[in-house]
Write a protein that binds this ligand. Structure first.
Ligand code: ADP
Ligand code: MG
Length: 254
């Protein structure tokens, strides 16, 4: 069984007369330990999909099984508990609380899960060490660079040892050099066996993940990887489809 199983999921918004199918009959699996990207243009439904995968929102139709739990039947209170225990989030604008220092920000998810103060501080420091930010623990977010703030947000996402981490345009507010360092950190976390999903509109960022899911108009586009030509698949055939099909049928006769 996959870590996440989405079946025939739709999300429909009604604004007056207008019906918006933000997600339209999506089915997909995410296996334990996978590093994947969800890619598509602005408005294609990426964030809506991430919110549903991450139990921040419920589908209009369809089912979601996360780590053996059928999510679409869960109450808001159960969803909050599942999020806190099983899911880490990283956002484009970091979403750190400005009045708390870095260590306190990283401790927050553990306060919600009722972990005692001493253990909270130890685990928060370990998470900050893992993202090379232990020397900024007592700083306020406003005293950090963008890249450092994102590292703090990643530490916060990891501190409850989630089953899966979602990052929505995590480099979207960073310069390219800093963004590359953050992507490198995601690669390292993936190499440690974490299950991670990167949401992006940028094919260059999606290229860092072994598997990509392309979203178009709320649907999973067929053959997503072939649109990112040359990454890890053979180049597209230049022969016309009918000619190619004929060639294949000849070949399969051997
Ligand atoms: P992306 O993250 O790929 O830019 P979104 O998931 O944010 O796309 O949005 C997908 C579509 O759903 C867009 O057409 C957007 O306008 C619409 N949408 C998203 N959230 C809402 C909402 N709360 N109410 C109405 N329409 C929404
Ligand atoms: Mg979005």
């Amino acid at each position: 069984m996959a870590l996440v199983e989405l079946r025939n999921v739709s999300k429909i918004y009604r604004l007056g007369e207008e019906v918006i199918r933000a997600l339209d009959d999506i089915s997909l699996d995410i296996e334990q330990g996978e590093f994947i990207s969800i890619i598509g243009p602005s408005g294609s439904g990426k964030s809506t999909l991430m919110h549903i995968l991450g139990c921040l929102d419920s589908p209009t139709q369809g089912t979601i099984n996360l780590d053996g739990v059928m999510i679409q039947a869960a109450s808001p209170r159960q969803l909050a508990a599942i999020r806190n225990r099983k899911i880490g989030f990283v956002f484009q604008f970091f979403n750190l609380l400005s009045k708390l220092n870095v260590l306190q920000n990283v401790e927050l998810p553990m306060i919600y899960s009722g972990i005692p103060g001493k253990e909270r501080r130890q685990r928060a420091m370990a998470a900050l060490e893992a993202v090379s930010l232990a020397n900024r623990a007592k700083h306020r977010p406003s005293q950090l660079s963008g890249g450092q703030q994102q590292r703090a947000a990643i530490a916060r996402a990891l501190v409850n040892s989630p089953r899966i981490v979602f990052a929505d345009e995590p480099t979207g507010n960073l310069d390219s050099h800093t963004g590359e360092a953050i992507l490198q950190l995601f690669r390292e976390l993936s190499a440690d066996g974490r299950t991670m999903v990167l949401v992006t509109h940028d094919p260059e960022i999606a290229a860092v993940t072994p598997r990509r899911i392309e979203i178009r108009d709320g649907k999973v586009a067929a053959k997503a990887d072939s649109t990112l030509a040359g990454l890890d698949r053979p180049p597209r055939p230049t022969t016309a489809p009918a000619v190619q099909a004929a060639a294949q049928s000849v070949g399969s006769g051997c």
